[in-house]
Every structure is written in structure tokens, then in C-alpha cells.
Design a protein. Structure first.
Length: 304
């Protein structure tokens, strides 16, 4: 069964085309990644999925319920962890979660509230006022609020932005458990290593359009299996080897070059070309391609 169906969704803000005909189908039980640079349209798309803004064109359904025409049923299917820290300063953690339960018509929900707080290490803060919590603890409460009605679809918009390692581990342990139990999870994150570790399939947005959509394994295979990272002591990369560049050298490491290779036999050819150009290599590493390589290649205008 399809958990989220996004069909030809468009959204414009005056002269800015935030979404230009996005179509995605996310299946029930998937752990799905939605990636892209700032301004790519990720948050706009999530806001449309959550029913917070209306698209100019297209349609979104959650478990078959139209988010515009059947908002109440669609919203019950969905738990959204927003990027911004939004909270009511007048309630304790437990009161906040009870209030959230009430929005969904849930009475006597304390057993599940206790379980959620336990799994997010919030139990010892249950009676603490929200305004007295640290930023990381407030982030945990946002996650708890999204899960309080046991939604079959969970959307996490940058859930670990600016939080400590302990919270990341706690969050992913609990979310992974919910995913194993059948919950669909959609993740946006700037931490690409998280997406690679958690997501089975990803979509990449660029300028409001889907520019890549596949399983993680297939994307990594398609970018070529390895890269040769060279730290040059002397000389620069010959023109003949520049088509192999994955991305230009970074400003703080101008002598570090990452070259895409399809076969280990290509390494000797590359080294021969460097020797002929008088390049002196200080350090060399052979690395497997990862999600960051894919992301940079696509966002720099390349193709898979």
C-alpha cells in the first residue's frame, strides 16, 4: 500500500518557483530520505504533505486520504517533527503530550505517553516546565508530540540539527524500532551519513524538482564504486584528468583532488599521467563512493 502519494505538486511564491511538478510515491513501511540543499523545496513539500500550505497544482494523499479534501483523516495518519523549536511555555512535558493527544481525540493515553518519554529519555523531565528545558530536550519533546497518536507515517524535518550525539543515538534507536514495526518514515537531513545509514531509498530535490530517485544501493553503484583522493605536494591536476573530478578542490584544501574511478586498473593510468605532468603526491587514498559523493555530483550539475 502507498503511504504517501505526491502527484505533480507545484508551488510558487511570487517570482519563486518553490516546487515545479514534484511526483513521488512512498510505500508503506519505507524509510525514505528527502535530500537537497537549502532552498531546494524540501520544507515546502513537507508543509504541503502536512496540510499546512496548499499547493498551486497537484495532489497529495496519505494512506489514500487527500490532504486538502480529507484533511482530518490525512492528519491522523501523520506525525511531523518540524525543523523549528515551537513549544508552549506554560505546560510541563507531560501536560504538553496530553494536550497533543487531545487534539487527536485520544483520552487515557498516558501509557503510550510514558513509553514515548522513556524511549526518548524524557521520563525524568515529565513534570518540568517546557521553558526550563534545554534546546536538545525541547527537540525530544517535539519528537514525542509527533508520535503521541501512533501515526503510521512519521515525517522528520532535520530532527537532529544542532543536537548532541546522545540524542541522535536515542532518536534513531526509537525511530528504527518504529520503522521495523511497520511505520513509514520520511527523513530530511543535512547529515548525509545519517541518511545513508537509515534510508533504503532517497529522492534528491534541486530547485524544486526531483533530480534523483532510487534505492541507496543503486545510487551508489551508479556513481562508480570508488574514488581516488590525492593530496598533492607539488604541481596541479593535468587537464586530461579533470573530467574525473568529483568536485572542485575546497578552498581550505586546494591541493586535495577527488577523482572518480570505475576500475582499480585505472589507478595506474592516473598515476602515470601525474608523473608525466611532474606532480608530486604527498598522500593518496582509495575510498568507496558514498551518499555525499552522489549529492555533490548531482548538485554541481552532473548526472548519474
Amino acid at each position: 500500500m502507498t503511504a504517501i502519494q505526491i502527484s505533480n505538486v507545484e508551488k510558487r511564491y511570487k517570482s519563486l518557483q518553490a516546487l515545479g511538478g514534484v511526483s513521488l510515491s512512498i510505500e508503506e513501511g519505507e524509510f525514505f530520505g528527502l535530500l537537497g540543499p537549502n532552498g531546494a523545496g524540501k520544507t515546502t513539500l513537507i508543509s504541503i504533505v502536512a496540510g499546512l500550505i496548499r499547493p498551486d497544482a497537484g495532489k497529495v494523499t496519505i494512506h489514500g486520504h487527500d490532504v486538502s479534501g480529507d484533511f482530518r483523516a490525512a492528519r491522523k495518519m501523520l506525525g511531523v517533527v518540524p525543523q523549528e523549536l515551537v513549544f508552549d511555555p506554560f505546560f510541563t512535558v507531560r501536560e504538553t503530550l496530553r494536550l497533543q493527544s487531545g487534539y487527536f481525540g485520544l483520552a487515557n493515553n498516558d501509557a503510550w505517553i510514558d513509553e514515548v518519554m522513556h524511549n526518548l529519555d524524557l521520563s525524568n523531565k515529565a513534570d518540568t516546565n517546557m521553558r526550563a528545558l534545554s534546546g536538545g530536550m525541547k527537540r525530544r519533546v517535539l519528537v514525542a508530540q509527533a508520535l503521541v497518536h501512533k501515526p503510521p507515517v512519521i515525517v522528520l524535518d532535520e530532527p537532529t540539527a544542532g543536537v548532541d550525539v546522545e540524542l541522535r543515538q536515542t532518536l534513531w534507536k526509537f525511530i528504527s524500532r518504529l520503522n521495523r514495526e511497520g511505520h513509514t518514515v520520511v527523513l530530511t537531513t543535512h547529515y548525509l551519513e545519517e541518511a545513508q545509514a537509515m534510508c533504503k531509498r532517497v529522492a534528491m530535490l534541486k530547485s524544486g524538482k526531483v533530480v534523483a530517485l532510487d534505492t541507496m544501493a543503486a545510487l551508489i553503484r551508479r556513481i562508480s564504486g570508488s574514488q581516488l583522493v590525492l593530496h598533492m605536494q607539488q604541481g596541479t591536476l593535468p587537464e586530461a584528468l579533470r573530467p574525473l573530478l568529483i568536485h572542485p578542490p575546497e578552498a581550505d584544501q586546494p591541493n586535495k583532488y577527488s577523482l572518480r574511478i570505475n576500475d582499480y586498473a585505472e589507478v595506474e593510468t592516473i598515476l602515470a599521467g601525474l608523473r608525466q605532468a611532474g606532480v608530486v603526491i604527498d598522500e593518496m587514498q582509495l575510498q568507496q563512493a558514498d551518499l555525499e559523493d552522489i549529492f555533490l555530483q548531482i548538485m554541481d550539475g552532473g548526472s548519474l
